[in-house]
Design a binder for this molecule. Structure first.
Ligand code: ADP
Length: 760
């Protein structure tokens, strides 16, 4: 322990092996220096904990310092002293005095300085990081000299003294007297410093790049200006033209303000900036939307009636409802808030009636097909910031129409995904749609003048919240006679004239054959397609010079359409046990399906095939239990349900089927198979069965009976409770087949000849 002059330092740690010049100003510090120079040129330097203390006390100083040799002292004219110190070793300080000069007792710190394997590894590790640090920093001196040092104490102190790090980090390294621990601390500090430096560099590069780009854009725009000057062109200012367009467009206040704001942004942008095109496009959209443009709003009921009669055959109820709707609108002075929903199978005239309504009202017509719509953005667009953003389909169509009150047909509303329900509720709600917000346009557009008409094939899949907003108008299927009349009056003229063959004749029998053997549909769309096909083939013949006049008859039909796809009367006459016809109702209209049952040796199992749903399966099970309860009456062996399996199959096997209305036919076919008695010829059935054999009502009777008529069925058995639906069926169909409404399965079994009338 020896007494030694002390030099307190501010914000500096003097590391051993470090040679540093220092400026000393405090009187007492200068006295300490003088004392040391006079003695042995040794002084101990330590950092102040409290940087503000002018005359630091013991607690203001770190108790650890570095004994240093004074290499040089130079008095400066301002009274300060410049001193060059070389750090020698760490020493523990005690007994600090400040009078008459700073001094203390110092004790050299001894530590284990053997060069261990760990120390060697740490040196290697730190060397690598230090080299990288120096490279990133670029201004570290003597790096290579330091990297050659192999002694852990000296190496770590030399590296530590070179780092440009915070005082806290320096303190941590300085107060760690043990070299190995100091090396470990160094490795942590170096890693974090390297990471920070890399980040800094990355940011620096980005900033430089951006600046470079801005500089380039500026230079380019200056060059363009210079070229234009050189060519003697007047200063063309695109924004002036846009401003004039905004004025001319007579936009509503909100849209005008928005357009002007965007124009302001555009003005501030350099001409070469890519974003200009995005803003320009947006302003174009604002200008070109028909904010105030409308078609006339006249409602002339007599004219509407004339147009509907002229363009649509039959559809009496539909026309009546449409005219009622228009009459209410006329009295109310505007169209009612409710939305018309046309429901029916494809091709029955839903879209074309909507088109006629538009014509009658003198409005534009547009159609938006909703089937397969997945994303809300297709309706409401993408925000402007999105690359290649555009408004949604609604505003796109309105712009194309240049009218804010067209008749807007939303086709296939029953196919809309449930995720889009809220968008449609908003769109169809008159309360909300007066401020319809498209994501791209971003200011409300008034859709309340639009006349929305929706179409659907079925109502099952439409959520009730949406159904509530709509007024349903049902479109029935057509009978064969109606189809023939529609074809003669509308489809033939349309297709022949459309193909440039106004004189082409198609015989009635040929049309009938097209309808019954080349199509199987509730509407007339398929027939229209087939007729178009014929016209195209004939047109080709005419162009090739093979013909100038043609007549299409049953005889030459196959030449144009190939072999028929369906039999004239699809219901067979094979009188086999275990075969029946059932009536189904699908989105496409009514349909006649075959039901087959075979009885096989087994143990009472029931097999069901043909892609049948749960409800059909339950109907089959219910029906089987009913048969077991009536086994004796049906003259079945009492243990038939233990000795036989039953297999029910409903072709076509690839089409999924479900619903309760197959119950009656399945029971009848099971009984027919078990008793080995065929069902009477030409009968088709529909109805839900209960365990006690009651027959419950089902839906779609009209469509089912029409399908039965098409297929050549002579008798249809329906549930008693559906009797009232018979009145909806056209008279000529009712005349051609008999419709029997029954309430009990026992009656059905008798009626189709599976049990003798009067037998028990
Ligand atoms: P949907 O919209 O119900 O699928 P469309 O309205 O597209 O059916 O009709 C398909 C074709 O059939 C159209 O060419 C249409 O003019 C014609 N059509 C359908 N029903 C009638 C009808 N009652 N009178 C005249 N043409 C009809």
């Amino acid at each position: 322990m020896k007494n030694i002059p002390l030099l307190p330092l501010r914000k500096t740690f003097l590391f051993p092996y470090m040679v540093v010049p220092l400026f000393v100003g405090r009187k007492k510090s200068i006295s300490s220096l003088e004392k040391a120079v006079a003695k042995d040129k040794l002084i101990v330097a330590t950092c102040q904990k409290n940087q503000d203390a002018e005359e630091p006390e013991e607690e203001d100083l770190y108790p650890l310092g570095t004994v240093a040799e004074i290499l040089q002292v130079l008095k400066l004219p301002d009274g300060k002293v410049k001193v060059l110190l070389e750090g020698l070793y760490r020493a523990k300080l005690s007994n600090i005095k400040k009078d008459p000069f700073f001094s203390c007792s110092s004790k050299r710190l001894k530590f284990h300085s053997k060069k261990t394997k760990k120390a060697e590894a740490l040196i290697r590790y730190v060397s690598k990081d230090f080299a990288e640090y120096a490279k990133l920093k670029g201004d570290v001196l003597n790096v290579n000299d330091i990297l050659e040092i192999q002694e852990p104490d000296q190496f770590s102190d030399q590296v530590a003294s070179c780092l440009q790090i915070s005082l806290e980090k320096k303190e941590k390294l300085f107060t760690e007297a043990e070299p190995e621990k100091r090396l470990t601390a160094l490795s942590f500090i170096l890693s974090s410093e390297i990471e920070m430096l890399k980040l800094e560099k990355e940011i620096q590069q980005k900033v430089a790049k951006q600046m470079e780009k801005t500089k380039k854009e500026y230079l380019l725009s200056e060059k363009i200006k210079a070229i234009q000057d050189e060519l003697g062109k007047e200063d063309y200012d695109e924004t002036e033209e846009i401003l004039a367009e905004i004025e001319r467009a007579e936009l509503p206040k909100e849209a005008k303000e928005k357009a002007e704001r965007e124009l302001c942004r555009l003005r501030k942008m350099p001409e070469t900036m890519a974003e200009r095109a995005i803003i320009r496009n947006y302003i174009d959209w604002l200008i070109s939307l028909p904010w105030n443009k409308k078609n006339s709003e006249k409602i002339d009921i007599a004219e509407a009636k004339r147009i509907l009669e002229e363009n649509h055959l039959g559809l009496f109820k539909v026309k009546e409802r449409v005219l009622e709707f228009l009459a209410v609108s006329k009295l109310a002075g505007r169209l009612p808030g409710s939305i018309l929903c046309f429901v029916g199978p494809p091709g029955v005239g839903k879209s074309s009636v909507a088109q006629s309504i538009a014509k009658a009202l003198g409005r534009e017509f547009t159609r938006f097909s909703l089937g397969g719509l997945k994303d809300e953005s297709e309706i409401k667009g993408h925000r402007m910031t999105y690359v290649a953003a555009m408004p949604g389909k609604i505003l796109q169509m309105i712009r194309r129409m240049q009218s804010k009150n067209p008749v807007f047909l939303l086709d296939e509303i029953d196919k809309v995904s449930p995720y889009l329900l809220s968008s449609f509720l908003e769109l169809l709600d008159p309360e909300h749609n007066s401020r319809f917000l498209d994501h791209y346009i971003d200011i409300p557009f008034d859709l309340s003048d639009l006349l929305f008409i929706t179409t659907a094939n079925t109502l099952h899949s439409i959520p009730s919240s949406l159904l509530d907003r709509m007024e349903i108008i049902e479109f029935p299927s057509y009978t064969e006679e109606e189809k023939l009349r529609i074809a003669k009056k509308f489809l033939i003229p349309k297709t022949t004239i459309g193909s440039g063959l106004p004189h082409l004749k198609v015989s009635d029998r040929a049309i009938k054959r097209v309808i019954s053997c080349y199509t199987k549909e509730a509407g007339v769309r398929g027939a229209e397609k087939e007729l178009t096909k014929i016209c195209q083939k004939v047109a080709k013949e005419v162009v090739e010079g093979n013909k100038d006049k043609s007549q299409i008859t049953v005889k030459n039909l196959t030449k144009y359409l190939g072999c028929p796809s369906y039999k004239e009367k699809s219901i067979g006459s094979a009188n086999l046990p275990g075969v029946s016809y059932l009536l189904a109702y699908t989105e496409m209209g009514g349909e006649v399906l075959v039901c087959e049952v075979v009885t096989l040796p087994g143990s009472g199992k029931l097999y069901l095939t043909g892609k049948l749903g749960d409800i059909i399966k339950e109907q089959a099970e219910t029906g089987l239990s009913y048969i077991r309860s009536k086994a004796e009456r049906l003259s079945l062996q009492s243990d038939f349900d233990k000795r036989y399996d039953l297999h029910i199959h409903i072709p076509e096997g690839a089409i999924p089927k479900d619903g309760p209305s197959a119950g009656v036919a399945m029971v009848a076919t099971m009984v027919s198979s078990l008793t080995n008695i065929p069902i009477k010829n030409g009968v088709a059935m529909t109805g839900e069965i209960t365990l006690t054999g009651q027959i419950l009502p089902v839906s779609g009777i009209k469509e089912k009976v029409l399908a039965a008529h098409r297929a050549g069925v002579s008798k249809v058995i329906i549930p008693k409770e559906n009797e009232r639906d018979i009145l909806d069926i056209p008279k000529n169909v009712r005349k051609r087949l008999s419709i029997l409404a029954l309430s009990d399965m026992d009656e059905v079994i008798k009626e189709i000849g599976l049990i003798k009338v009067g037998s028990q």
